[in-house]
Design a protein around this ligand. Sequence first.
Ligand code: FAD
Ligand code: SIN
Length: 537
Amino acid sequence: MDQPDILIIGCGIAGLSLALKAAVHGQVLVLSKKGAEESNTRYAQGGVAAVFDRADSYADHARDTLRAGAGLCDVAVVRQVVREGPERVRELAALGVPLDRDRRGFALGREGGHSRRRIVHASDFTGMAIAQTLVERVRAHPRIHLIENQVAVDLIIDSRLRGRRDAAGRDTCWGAYVLDTASGEIRPVTARVTALATGGCGKVYLYTTNPDVATGDGLAMAYRAGLPVADLEFVQFHPTCLFHPRAKSFLLSEALRGEGALLRTLDGTRFMPAYHPLAELAPRDVVARAIDREMKRRGERHVYLDMSSRSAARIRERFPNIHAALLEYGFDLTREPIPVVPAAHYMCGGIVADLAGRTAMRGLLGLGEVARTGLHGANRLASNSLLEALVCAHHAAGEVARRLRTVRRVPRAQPWSARGTRPPYESVVVEHNWDTVRRVMWDLVGIVRTDERLDFAARRLALLSEDIELDYQRLRLHADLIELRNIALVGSLIVRAARARRESRGLHYNLDHPRLVAALARRRPRLRLRPPRAALT
Ligand code: FAD
Ligand code: SIN
């Protein structure tokens, strides 16, 4: 099915929810880079933030979101997302996601930055429950086709295809070139509407909570197609990732701190009360910076998350997944403190889009973590991301219907040409560049930044990008090389955005500009870059 009405690139909560809602309007093709359930969505633990508690209100949820966002949220977007939250969560439950309940309705957890209990969850594996249910529904749907192991390489756009833009100078998207990782072939997949739902870019950093698929592909593709991207300097670091040589990216949910877990240095001292009145439940940027500071000050490689004073039965009942996983690593959450470190977790910025996923390009929607709608501003409030994806998917389906009504024919795309390329050489070069990009980002563009480190990172990434681009032009493409090119580009964009913001705000903290500059809330630097040279011939 290489000519669906609707092409959705990405199989997380955003892509799957859109597929289910858009299928009433046409034939849908959903592509997933690896297995259908391998996505950031699958690893979400905490849950979905929404107002259900009688003591809670939309105004409170909006206020907490705005406070975390440090002056850069779009207030109208925040209000709309918060107001629609409960209805979207009820829809999830109606689809069959086994959300926990108590005698008052949905059982509600608490997380950092939230002034109320408002996290709807499915035990401590909310993401897995959502992913499994949505994938099941999508697979059973007669008008949705899901194909795994497909890597979108670049968008098919009018200005490259037919040298055209519309009267207003806008480009149109007609699908994407897609690599089938089993056959190694790249083919054009054309559609009347294309949606980028490719998720985040945690793999740009050496240490991350994200799975391997999170390489910022959608962001890179959109940027290469000339779309504006914004707020990329706001990379969220989750404070508590397991510190263990065998654990690649195991998260210890903020919900643990919501239920009383404390942060301690190696000598057992609790340190968060000295940093913020909400102590362990302060917003994530504050907690991550405090851990970073304590580790650097004391020369220690991790801190502890300690839940051992809580009831063991309650811990086992509320956090069965985390408890069992930790036992496999040799730690008992009910009896001992667990070593943790911060790790790159979430990209608050992205492709500039509205709540219906509309971007600056006709025929192209962007939703989920890949998009920047204005909900998160300079720092995302915990558990607002799954919520945002649900709200956007709902409205994007309406946008799909509108587009299908107005567009009837899709131009023919040229086949992908691999002329002049040769088989890739030893993978050691790609691996080396992968590690280097990620280490540069971790060492120089992390939780605390300086001008000098950012300048150094920019120079290192520019050199690496030149080499990578050369390989991209002359070697036969494979998934690792495509992803490497994307992480190098996204890393460079993060650095550019960070260098442009000459203040400290939300997740962006620069020792050379430690203060927040009020006027900059109004002048957000947006990177709108020249359309890159045609790379698709
Ligand atoms: P994803 O779920 O990441 O899906 C992206 C999809 O795109 C994948 O299927 C991938 O294969 C596909 N893809 C990527 N590139 C390509 C390509 N080139 N070609 C084809 N397909 C491609 N948020 C909350 O609100 N609450 C939480 O409790 C929570 N916990 C989290 C815990 C962890 C460990 C992590 C990592 C994140 C957590 N988040 C949480 C954030 C949240 O899970 C994500 O932001 C959200 O799931 C993103 O959904 P998405 O659909 O946009 O992308
Ligand atoms: C967590 O469970 O701590 C993650 C929640 C989130 O990222 O929103």
